[in-house]
Design a protein around this ligand. Structure first.
Ligand code: HEM
Length: 262
Protein backbone atom coordinates (compact mmCIF):
# COMPACT_ATOMS: atom_id res chain seq x y z
CA UNK A 1 0.00 0.00 0.00
CA UNK A 2 2.79 2.41 0.92
CA UNK A 3 4.30 2.02 -2.54
CA UNK A 4 1.20 3.26 -4.40
CA UNK A 5 0.79 6.44 -2.33
CA UNK A 6 3.54 8.71 -3.74
CA UNK A 7 2.23 10.25 -6.99
CA UNK A 8 4.33 13.27 -8.00
CA UNK A 9 1.75 14.53 -10.48
CA UNK A 10 -1.29 14.22 -8.24
CA UNK A 11 -2.34 17.16 -6.03
CA UNK A 12 0.40 17.62 -3.41
CA UNK A 13 2.38 14.58 -4.49
CA UNK A 14 0.53 11.83 -2.66
CA UNK A 15 -2.67 9.80 -2.80
CA UNK A 16 -2.53 9.42 0.99
CA UNK A 17 -5.16 12.11 1.77
CA UNK A 18 -7.77 10.71 -0.63
CA UNK A 19 -7.05 7.15 0.52
CA UNK A 20 -7.59 8.34 4.09
CA UNK A 21 -10.87 9.95 3.04
CA UNK A 22 -11.99 6.66 1.47
CA UNK A 23 -11.40 4.82 4.77
CA UNK A 24 -13.24 7.54 6.74
CA UNK A 25 -16.25 7.51 4.40
CA UNK A 26 -16.52 3.70 4.59
CA UNK A 27 -16.86 4.00 8.36
CA UNK A 28 -18.84 7.25 8.50
CA UNK A 29 -22.14 5.64 7.50
CA UNK A 30 -22.36 3.78 10.82
CA UNK A 31 -25.50 4.12 12.91
CA UNK A 32 -25.00 3.00 16.49
CA UNK A 33 -28.79 2.61 17.09
CA UNK A 34 -29.58 0.31 14.18
CA UNK A 35 -26.04 -1.10 13.95
CA UNK A 36 -26.11 -0.52 10.18
CA UNK A 37 -23.44 1.01 7.94
CA UNK A 38 -19.73 1.12 8.76
CA UNK A 39 -16.76 -0.38 6.98
CA UNK A 40 -17.81 -4.03 7.27
CA UNK A 41 -19.27 -5.21 3.97
CA UNK A 42 -17.47 -2.64 1.76
CA UNK A 43 -20.91 -1.42 0.72
CA UNK A 44 -19.42 1.53 -1.17
CA UNK A 45 -19.02 -0.87 -4.12
CA UNK A 46 -22.79 -0.67 -4.63
CA UNK A 47 -25.45 1.85 -5.61
CA UNK A 48 -26.61 4.06 -3.94
CA UNK A 49 -23.53 4.52 -1.70
CA UNK A 50 -21.09 4.64 -4.62
CA UNK A 51 -23.10 7.55 -6.07
CA UNK A 52 -23.50 9.47 -2.79
CA UNK A 53 -22.54 13.06 -3.54
CA UNK A 54 -20.07 12.98 -0.63
CA UNK A 55 -18.18 10.07 -2.22
CA UNK A 56 -17.46 11.92 -5.48
CA UNK A 57 -13.82 11.44 -6.44
CA UNK A 58 -13.19 8.48 -4.15
CA UNK A 59 -12.95 6.19 -7.18
CA UNK A 60 -9.39 7.56 -7.49
CA UNK A 61 -8.54 5.90 -4.17
CA UNK A 62 -10.52 2.73 -4.89
CA UNK A 63 -8.93 2.36 -8.34
CA UNK A 64 -5.42 2.91 -6.95
CA UNK A 65 -6.00 0.09 -4.45
CA UNK A 66 -7.58 -2.31 -6.96
CA UNK A 67 -4.27 -3.84 -8.21
CA UNK A 68 -3.47 -4.77 -4.60
CA UNK A 69 -6.84 -6.56 -4.30
CA UNK A 70 -6.10 -8.34 -7.60
CA UNK A 71 -2.66 -9.42 -6.37
CA UNK A 72 -3.88 -10.44 -2.91
CA UNK A 73 -7.47 -11.61 -3.48
CA UNK A 74 -7.82 -13.06 0.03
CA UNK A 75 -7.98 -9.59 1.62
CA UNK A 76 -11.53 -8.23 1.64
CA UNK A 77 -12.19 -4.78 0.18
CA UNK A 78 -13.37 -3.68 3.61
CA UNK A 79 -10.08 -4.72 5.21
CA UNK A 80 -8.04 -3.26 2.33
CA UNK A 81 -9.76 0.14 2.38
CA UNK A 82 -9.54 0.53 6.16
CA UNK A 83 -5.96 -0.75 6.31
CA UNK A 84 -5.07 1.68 3.51
CA UNK A 85 -6.47 4.56 5.61
CA UNK A 86 -4.24 3.54 8.51
CA UNK A 87 -1.19 3.20 6.26
CA UNK A 88 -1.96 6.52 4.54
CA UNK A 89 -2.02 8.31 7.89
CA UNK A 90 1.17 6.63 9.06
CA UNK A 91 2.88 7.49 5.74
CA UNK A 92 2.18 11.16 6.51
CA UNK A 93 3.73 11.00 9.98
CA UNK A 94 0.91 9.76 12.21
CA UNK A 95 1.95 7.28 14.90
CA UNK A 96 0.64 3.69 14.73
CA UNK A 97 -3.13 3.36 14.37
CA UNK A 98 -4.63 0.18 15.84
CA UNK A 99 -6.25 -1.96 13.11
CA UNK A 100 -7.57 -5.51 13.10
CA UNK A 101 -8.36 -7.60 10.03
CA UNK A 102 -11.30 -9.88 9.36
CA UNK A 103 -13.98 -7.65 7.78
CA UNK A 104 -16.25 -9.49 5.36
CA UNK A 105 -17.46 -8.05 2.04
CA UNK A 106 -21.16 -8.12 1.20
CA UNK A 107 -21.87 -10.05 -1.98
CA UNK A 108 -25.08 -8.17 -2.77
CA UNK A 109 -26.38 -4.67 -2.23
CA UNK A 110 -28.98 -5.64 0.45
CA UNK A 111 -27.03 -4.07 3.31
CA UNK A 112 -26.08 -0.77 1.64
CA UNK A 113 -26.97 2.10 3.98
CA UNK A 114 -29.09 4.95 2.57
CA UNK A 115 -27.32 8.01 1.21
CA UNK A 116 -27.30 11.18 3.27
CA UNK A 117 -25.46 9.84 6.33
CA UNK A 118 -22.18 11.66 5.55
CA UNK A 119 -21.60 15.11 7.07
CA UNK A 120 -22.00 18.15 4.82
CA UNK A 121 -19.58 21.08 4.93
CA UNK A 122 -21.89 24.08 4.98
CA UNK A 123 -23.81 22.94 8.06
CA UNK A 124 -23.69 24.02 11.72
CA UNK A 125 -22.35 22.48 14.95
CA UNK A 126 -25.70 20.72 15.52
CA UNK A 127 -25.18 18.79 12.26
CA UNK A 128 -21.67 17.73 13.31
CA UNK A 129 -23.12 16.52 16.63
CA UNK A 130 -25.99 14.65 15.00
CA UNK A 131 -23.92 12.87 12.33
CA UNK A 132 -20.96 11.99 14.57
CA UNK A 133 -23.31 11.30 17.48
CA UNK A 134 -25.10 8.77 15.26
CA UNK A 135 -21.72 7.04 14.87
CA UNK A 136 -21.31 7.05 18.67
CA UNK A 137 -18.71 9.83 19.10
CA UNK A 138 -18.63 12.60 21.74
CA UNK A 139 -17.54 16.25 21.31
CA UNK A 140 -13.88 15.56 22.07
CA UNK A 141 -13.76 12.72 19.55
CA UNK A 142 -15.45 14.88 16.89
CA UNK A 143 -12.79 17.59 17.30
CA UNK A 144 -10.05 14.95 17.18
CA UNK A 145 -11.33 13.35 13.98
CA UNK A 146 -11.71 16.75 12.27
CA UNK A 147 -7.99 17.28 12.94
CA UNK A 148 -7.53 15.13 9.81
CA UNK A 149 -8.51 18.21 7.79
CA UNK A 150 -4.91 19.27 8.25
CA UNK A 151 -4.41 16.80 5.37
CA UNK A 152 -5.40 16.96 1.72
CA UNK A 153 -7.58 19.49 0.01
CA UNK A 154 -10.98 20.29 -1.45
CA UNK A 155 -11.47 19.97 -5.19
CA UNK A 156 -13.78 22.12 -7.30
CA UNK A 157 -14.55 19.11 -9.49
CA UNK A 158 -15.52 16.88 -6.55
CA UNK A 159 -17.23 18.93 -3.82
CA UNK A 160 -17.19 22.38 -5.38
CA UNK A 161 -15.04 23.71 -2.52
CA UNK A 162 -11.47 24.60 -3.28
CA UNK A 163 -8.09 24.61 -1.58
CA UNK A 164 -6.14 23.20 1.33
CA UNK A 165 -6.58 23.68 5.08
CA UNK A 166 -2.88 23.84 5.98
CA UNK A 167 0.39 24.77 4.28
CA UNK A 168 1.73 21.20 4.31
CA UNK A 169 -1.25 18.97 3.42
CA UNK A 170 0.69 15.73 3.35
CA UNK A 171 2.19 16.08 6.83
CA UNK A 172 0.17 14.81 9.78
CA UNK A 173 0.30 17.26 12.69
CA UNK A 174 -1.93 19.59 14.74
CA UNK A 175 -1.70 22.50 12.27
CA UNK A 176 -5.42 22.38 11.52
CA UNK A 177 -6.24 23.57 15.06
CA UNK A 178 -3.48 26.18 15.01
CA UNK A 179 -4.54 27.82 11.76
CA UNK A 180 -8.18 27.63 12.83
CA UNK A 181 -7.33 29.71 15.92
CA UNK A 182 -4.63 31.96 14.49
CA UNK A 183 -5.75 32.97 11.00
CA UNK A 184 -8.33 35.63 10.26
CA UNK A 185 -11.11 33.78 8.39
CA UNK A 186 -13.30 35.70 5.95
CA UNK A 187 -16.31 34.33 4.10
CA UNK A 188 -15.89 34.12 0.33
CA UNK A 189 -17.16 32.25 -2.69
CA UNK A 190 -15.41 29.81 -5.01
CA UNK A 191 -15.88 31.72 -8.29
CA UNK A 192 -16.29 28.70 -10.57
CA UNK A 193 -18.77 26.78 -8.40
CA UNK A 194 -20.51 29.40 -6.26
CA UNK A 195 -19.79 27.43 -3.06
CA UNK A 196 -19.27 29.52 0.09
CA UNK A 197 -16.15 28.89 2.12
CA UNK A 198 -13.75 30.77 4.38
CA UNK A 199 -10.36 32.11 3.27
CA UNK A 200 -7.42 33.24 5.39
CA UNK A 201 -5.79 36.65 4.84
CA UNK A 202 -3.69 35.80 1.78
CA UNK A 203 -6.27 33.28 0.51
CA UNK A 204 -3.69 30.48 0.59
CA UNK A 205 -5.85 28.40 2.98
CA UNK A 206 -9.54 27.53 3.31
CA UNK A 207 -12.05 26.29 5.87
CA UNK A 208 -15.53 24.84 5.51
CA UNK A 209 -18.33 26.19 7.66
CA UNK A 210 -18.27 22.96 9.69
CA UNK A 211 -14.56 23.52 10.41
CA UNK A 212 -15.18 27.03 11.72
CA UNK A 213 -18.02 25.77 13.89
CA UNK A 214 -15.31 24.09 15.96
CA UNK A 215 -14.18 27.48 17.26
CA UNK A 216 -17.64 29.11 17.37
CA UNK A 217 -19.07 26.41 19.64
CA UNK A 218 -17.41 26.65 23.06
CA UNK A 219 -17.75 22.92 23.84
CA UNK A 220 -15.81 22.16 20.66
CA UNK A 221 -13.45 25.15 21.00
CA UNK A 222 -12.07 24.03 24.34
CA UNK A 223 -10.82 20.83 22.68
CA UNK A 224 -9.44 22.78 19.70
CA UNK A 225 -7.31 24.78 22.18
CA UNK A 226 -6.16 21.64 24.00
CA UNK A 227 -4.93 20.00 20.80
CA UNK A 228 -3.54 23.20 19.22
CA UNK A 229 -1.15 23.56 22.12
CA UNK A 230 -0.34 19.90 22.81
CA UNK A 231 0.71 17.99 19.71
CA UNK A 232 1.82 14.83 21.52
CA UNK A 233 -1.57 14.55 23.23
CA UNK A 234 -3.24 15.07 19.84
CA UNK A 235 -1.15 12.27 18.32
CA UNK A 236 -2.00 9.89 21.15
CA UNK A 237 -5.74 10.66 21.30
CA UNK A 238 -6.17 10.81 17.51
CA UNK A 239 -4.76 7.30 17.08
CA UNK A 240 -7.22 5.92 19.62
CA UNK A 241 -10.26 7.60 18.08
CA UNK A 242 -9.28 6.77 14.50
CA UNK A 243 -8.82 3.14 15.59
CA UNK A 244 -12.33 3.29 17.07
CA UNK A 245 -13.69 4.71 13.78
CA UNK A 246 -12.21 1.79 11.84
CA UNK A 247 -13.92 -0.70 14.18
CA UNK A 248 -17.45 0.81 14.04
CA UNK A 249 -19.95 -1.96 13.42
CA UNK A 250 -17.38 -4.75 13.47
CA UNK A 251 -18.65 -7.55 15.70
CA UNK A 252 -16.21 -10.34 16.51
CA UNK A 253 -17.06 -13.72 18.02
CA UNK A 254 -14.94 -15.30 20.77
CA UNK A 255 -12.59 -16.63 18.09
CA UNK A 256 -12.04 -13.05 16.80
CA UNK A 257 -13.96 -13.87 13.62
CA UNK A 258 -15.92 -10.94 12.21
CA UNK A 259 -19.63 -11.59 11.75
CA UNK A 260 -21.30 -10.58 8.47
CA UNK A 261 -23.05 -7.21 8.62
CA UNK A 262 -26.65 -7.42 9.87
C1 HEM B 1 -18.04 17.59 9.61
C2 HEM B 1 -17.34 16.58 9.10
C3 HEM B 1 -16.69 16.61 7.76
C4 HEM B 1 -17.05 17.28 6.62
C5 HEM B 1 -18.26 18.16 6.40
C6 HEM B 1 -16.04 17.00 5.62
C7 HEM B 1 -16.06 17.49 4.34
C8 HEM B 1 -15.02 17.37 3.43
C9 HEM B 1 -15.00 17.93 2.10
C10 HEM B 1 -16.12 18.75 1.47
C11 HEM B 1 -13.81 17.60 1.54
C12 HEM B 1 -13.33 17.95 0.13
C13 HEM B 1 -13.62 16.83 -0.85
C14 HEM B 1 -13.07 17.15 -2.21
O1 HEM B 1 -13.51 18.14 -2.80
O2 HEM B 1 -12.19 16.40 -2.69
C15 HEM B 1 -13.07 16.83 2.49
C16 HEM B 1 -11.81 16.35 2.30
C17 HEM B 1 -11.14 15.56 3.19
N1 HEM B 1 -11.63 15.08 4.38
FE1 HEM B 1 -13.32 15.68 5.30
N2 HEM B 1 -15.09 16.17 6.16
C18 HEM B 1 -15.44 15.91 7.45
C19 HEM B 1 -14.76 15.10 8.34
C20 HEM B 1 -13.60 14.41 8.05
C21 HEM B 1 -12.99 13.43 8.91
C22 HEM B 1 -13.53 12.99 10.27
C23 HEM B 1 -11.88 12.98 8.26
C24 HEM B 1 -10.88 11.92 8.68
C25 HEM B 1 -10.76 11.41 9.88
C26 HEM B 1 -11.79 13.69 7.01
C27 HEM B 1 -10.76 13.57 6.10
C28 HEM B 1 -10.66 14.28 4.94
C29 HEM B 1 -9.48 14.28 4.09
C30 HEM B 1 -8.17 13.56 4.37
C31 HEM B 1 -9.79 15.08 2.99
C32 HEM B 1 -8.89 15.43 1.80
C33 HEM B 1 -9.11 14.47 0.66
C34 HEM B 1 -8.26 14.78 -0.54
O3 HEM B 1 -7.25 15.47 -0.43
O4 HEM B 1 -8.60 14.30 -1.63
N3 HEM B 1 -12.86 14.53 6.90
N4 HEM B 1 -13.83 16.69 3.64
Amino acid sequence: IRSILPQPNYDDGSLAPIVLRLAWHCCATYDVQTKTGGSNGATMRFIPEITDEGNTGLEIARNALEPIKQNYPRISYSDLWTLAGKIALESMGCPTIPWKCGRVDCLTSDKVPPNGRLPFGDKAASHIRSTFGRMGFNDQEMVLLLGAHGLGRCHKKFSGWDGKWTQDPIKFDNQFYKVLLEEDWQLGVVPETGRSQYYNGDKSLMMLNTDLELIRDEQFAKWVRVYAYNQSLFFKDFCIVFGKLLELGIERDSGENVLLPT
